[in-house]
Design a protein around this ligand. Structure first.
Ligand code: HEM
Length: 506
């Protein structure tokens, strides 16, 4: 008897819960947003350039959390720190997916490229490897390699001062490729360096709206050639470019292990623990490090260029940085991480380089893994969820005069760094947060400290000795991140003879 009462009570409770579930789902609206047209929804409202500025304008009208629709797919834009905290961070795993991108499926990226992989076990296997080798404690082992790369960088810049900007890409690639593959960009085959640059030409195709198949995935069921020769080529070349990023440097290490020439590297270490012929485990390793290679170079490069641009434009910032560096480091040795606590102004420059014109202003979209019910609205399973980092980091209420590059805003009255967790939004949020953020921090902080200790970043001069104006230009299209378009600047040694003497010791 007791059992049947219990059973009846359970059935009644479940029925009530189900009723509650469905009635809540149907009674709660989506977050507010601009009016939609039939079928295409807001397709025509979303600008191709500077979309994050439009989203923050809409936020003023509709609220921090807005919804849009494109061909029936819901997009949710979270425009403030509070919105991200209350909606996502309170229940991160529900937001841990990545939206389906038809191009990525067609070009075979969806099962190996973390920026489009669903939150599956396969994703977790790859993410774990990255996290393991790129967490704060692990990266300390790469300091010696970083010093070598900074010394090579300075030698190159002394020879070609006007190339300092492009050279930051070589420095970022040199550091990653040595740590990950034991590969030396100065002496090794340039083919392996080039494959990453080639791949970057296709990565913009993941952006919402970049291709019609991404908005209307049903078109992807057609053979690529039916969507035009140009599209079929993009699929084929994109597939090959990503395969080479994953496989070519990895196979180069394997061949080196076999021939006894492989230098110490993360790939070599990871392979050492594997049983011979474990093809699946090998694939996980080559994918994980292919992601490091493809995601780590241009991001560091873009942000360092933000800082160089401002150094060339605002000599007064550089003067302050150099006063600090001269006091703490001097000119007889290279700066190192033990100096960091005593170099708050350098830290402030780095924070401002991440905040001012943030490199990835809309992050990488997340996807809801299930329906999410909030007080006033619900977000359906499968919705694309975007954090508007661009709006958060340029919010005038938090960062007065946000368009101005001012390191001082990150310092207290007594010159100490003011902790600002919002800067971390540059690296996303929740379970998919950038696993390379500590490595980026290492790569960039020591670069800035080093270049500013030994060089003045100035305007470049033309062949007649006239200064070339520094142009601040962004295209706002997000195709290769929101990095500055190429500008002219030079790095002039502050004391060439002394620097050359110092570099001879390395
Ligand atoms: C300025 C430097 C960098 C910025 C601004 C940046 C930013 C981001 C952002 C916004 C995301 C998406 C996070 C999210 O979904 O919420 C991301 C993901 C990722 N980043 Fe970075 N990143 C940088 C450097 C790096 C570096 C140096 C590496 C590698 C060493 C790296 C590897 C990755 C990977 C693999 C993902 C995908 C993670 C996943 O979806 O599971 N990033 N990054």
């Amino acid at each position: 008897m007791e059992q049947s009462i219990l059973l009846a009570a359970t059935v009644a409770a479940s029925a009530l819960a189900l009723h509650g579930y469905f009635s809540r789902r149907s009674s709660l609206p989506l977050p507010p947003g601009p009016r939609r047209l039939p079928i295409i929804g807001n397709l025509l409202d979303i600008p191709k350039v500077y979309p994050w500025i439009k989203y923050s304008e809409w936020a003023k009208k509709y609220g921090d959390v807005i919804s849009l629709s494109v061909f029936g797919h819901t997009m949710i834009i979270l425009n403030t720190h509070e919105a991200i905290k209350n909606v996502v961070l309170a229940r991160s795993t529900k937001f841990s997916g990545r939206p389906h991108v038809q191009y990525a499926d067609m070009a075979d990226w969806s099962t190996s490229n973390l920026s489009v992989m669903s939150a599956t076990r396969e994703w977790a296997d790859r993410y774990r490897i990255m996290n393991n080798y790129f967490r704060p404690k692990a990266i300390q082992r790469y300091r010696q390699v970083q010093t070598e790369k900074l010394v090579s960088m300075m030698k190159r810049v002394i020879k070609d001062p006007n190339n300092v900007q492009n050279d930051t890409r070589k420095y970022a690639a040199a550091f990653i490729m040595d740590v990950v593959y034991g590969f030396d960009v100065e002496t090794g085959s340039q083919h392996l360096v080039q494959i990453n640059e080639d791949f970057q030409k296709y990565s913009y195709l993941l952006l919402p709206g970049a291709l019609i198949v991404n908005s209307l995935p049903i078109l992807g069921r057609l053979p690529p050639w039916m969507l035009g020769h140009e599209f079929a080529t993009l699929v084929e070349k994109g597939r090959e470019a990503w395969r080479r990023v994953r496989e070519d440097p990895f196979n180069w290490v394997k061949a080196g292990i076999k021939g006894g020439t492989a230098k110490e590297s993360l790939v070599r270490t990871s392979l050492a623990d594997l049983a011979e012929g474990d093809a699946n485990a090998e694939r996980v390793i080559s994918d994980a490090f292919g992601n490091v290679f493809s995601a780590g170079v241009d991001t560091s490069y873009g942000t360092i260029r933000n800082a160089l641009l401002q150094m060339a434009l605002q000599p007064s910032i550089q003067v302050k940085a150099q006063e600090e560096l001269d006091r703490v480091v001097g000119s007889e040795r290279l700066p190192n991480f033990d100096d960091r606590a005593n170099l708050p102004y350098i830290q402030a420059i780095l924070m401002e380089a991440l905040r001012w014109e943030p490199l990835i202003p809309l992050g990488i979209p997340h996807k809801t893994e299930e329906d999410v019910f909030l007080d006033d609205f619900y977000i359906p399973k499968g919705a694309m969820v975007i954090g508007n980092t661009g709006a958060i980091l340029t919010d005038p209420a938090r960062y007065p005069d946000p368009g101005a590059f001012k390191p001082e805003r990150h310092l207290s009255a007594d010159g100490q760094v003011v902790d600002d967790p919002l800067i971390d939004y540059a690296f996303g949020f929740g379970t998919r947060r950038c696993p390379g953020r500590h490595f980026f921090d290492m790569t960039t902080w020591l670069y800035l400290a080093t270049i500013l200790t030994f060089f003045n970043i100035t305007k470049a001069k033309d062949e007649n000795g006239n200064e070339i104006p520094v142009e601040v230009k962004y295209d706002g299209a997000l195709a290769f991140g929101h990095a500055p378009l190429p500008f002219s600047c030079a790095a002039v040694p502050r004391d060439l003879a002394r620097l050359e003497r110092l570099l001879q010791q390395y």
